[in-house]
Design a protein around this ligand. Structure first.
Ligand SMILES: [Zn+2]
Ligand SMILES: [Zn+2]
Length: 392
């Protein structure tokens, strides 16, 4: 049973928070109003609040009983640089900013759980409510860890939750081991020699070289990688020239790499570097490759994943769990928290219809608010159950 089945007020509150955050999206490290809403709501429930962690990050500390056990529950607060195309009343009021990944819903669900736990206090120990900034691209999770999240708030384990379109509402995907891929970026500057479009023999055309290289990059995964391993190389941006009759000096390719193992990550990086250098040299151009390791893979700790799976089946029945969860090639900066601390990251179905994450018509499904808040509350109550002494 959902906690909101018996608490209409909480359901209404979560909806109101979600819509307010959606209408006023704030991007990486600028989540000022969102963090203020979070801090004020936690404070009003009697929860001790710490602000200014990783800039706009907020941590609420809620203790009950005398037990020394503790868990961290984490939500992300940031929006994306996307122009929203939805027309409903709570659509974004800000140009080119949008909650297209559902972090508005994640924040509202964890706030709902915090309010419920603060009033029930049906647990023995400490719940740390972590609201992090800048999940998209900027690694707010890493900054929180670097700024001493786990030293200042010593928790036994940490848990994360993200909505997932394409999975039925209320179904959880929880798998031990690698759950999400690592995320790297690359940029290749191809330096040729510009000239007149009518006299290509006097130029070194970086656009033709770029097109050869884009084709060659498709062979990294198909020809270099063990077919039983997983990896992605996507060229996502091509920039060169700006008129009809001039061959430019330079072309710039950018893209994204995903992998589940350090070996695959290294193989892909080396292959990109050697293909870029080799193909450019063949045509008399030079390549400057910048390769950045952004987010590590998200690794779910087996013991904590099993505990979370038990919480889901106890709270929602066996149907609450996706039968054969598979890792996703998407990435998360929660990976930084799971690198330093035991825990697990769950995906929760946002429904089978509607747009995907990062789409200008995406919207977080309000039905999920009850499911997510219930998961958080039951996780806290179960792992810090007054009757169990050795759970973590
Ligand atoms: Zn996202
Ligand atoms: Zn997200």
């Amino acid at each position: 049973m959902l906690i909101t089945d018996a608490d209409d007020t909480l359901r209404g509150l979560m909806r109101t928070w979600r819509h307010a955050i959606h209408a006023h999206p704030e991007t990486a490290f600028e989540e000022f109003a969102t963090a203020e809403l979070v801090a004020a709501t936690l404070q009003a429930s009697g929860i001790t609040v710490h602000t200014g962690i990783a800039g706009t990050g907020v941590v609420g500390v809620l203790s009950a009983g005398t037990g020394g056990r503790s868990i961290g529950l984490r939500a992300d607060m940031d929006a994306l640089h996307i122009q929203e195309l939805n027309e409903f009343a709570h659509r974004s009021q800000c140009e080119h900013r949008m909650h297209a990944c559902g972090h508005d819903g994640h924040t509202a669900m964890l706030l709902g759980a915090a309010v419920h736990l603060a009033s029930s206090r049906a647990f023995d120990g400490t719940v740390y409510l972590i609201f992090q900034p800048a999940e998209e691209n900027e690694g707010g999770g890493r900054r929180m860890v670097e700024e001493g999240l786990f030293e200042r708030f010593p928790m036994d384990a940490v848990y994360g939750l993200h909505n997932l379109p394409g999975l039925p509402v209320g179904q959880f995907s929880l798998s031990p081991g690698p759950a999400l891929a690592s995320f790297d970026t690359f940029e290749i500057k191809i330096r040729g020699k510009g000239g007149h479009a009518a006299m290509p023999h006097r130029a070194i055309d970086p656009i033709v070289i770029a097109s050869q290289l884009i084709g060659a990059l498709q062979t990294v995964v198909s020809r270099k990688l063990d077919p039983l391993e997983a990896g992605v190389v996507s060229v996502t941006s091509v920039h060169a020239g700006d008129t009809w009759n001039v061959i430019p000096d330079e072309a710039v390719l950018r893209g994204s790499v995903r992998a589940f193992s350090d070996d695959v990550q290294r193989l892909i990086e080396e292959s990109i570097r050697s293909l870029a250098a080799g193909i450019c040299a063949t045509f008399g151009a030079t390549a400057e490759v910048t390769y950045e390791y952004r987010y590590p893979k998200t690794f779910n700790w087996p013991e904590q994943t099993e505990l979370a799976r038990n919480v889901v089946t106890e709270a929602f029945g066996a149907d609450g769990l996706l039968a054969a969860p598979r890792p996703l090639m998407a990435s998360e900066d929660f990976s930084y928290m799971l690198r330093d601390k035991a825990g697990c990251f769950a995906l929760l179905g946002n429904g089978l219809i509607g747009s995907g994450l990062h789409h200008p018509r995406y919207d977080f499904n309000d039905e999920l608010l009850g499911w997510g808040a219930t998961y958080w509350v039951r996780l806290g109550e179960s792992l810090l159950s007054p009757s169990a002494s050795d759970h973590r």
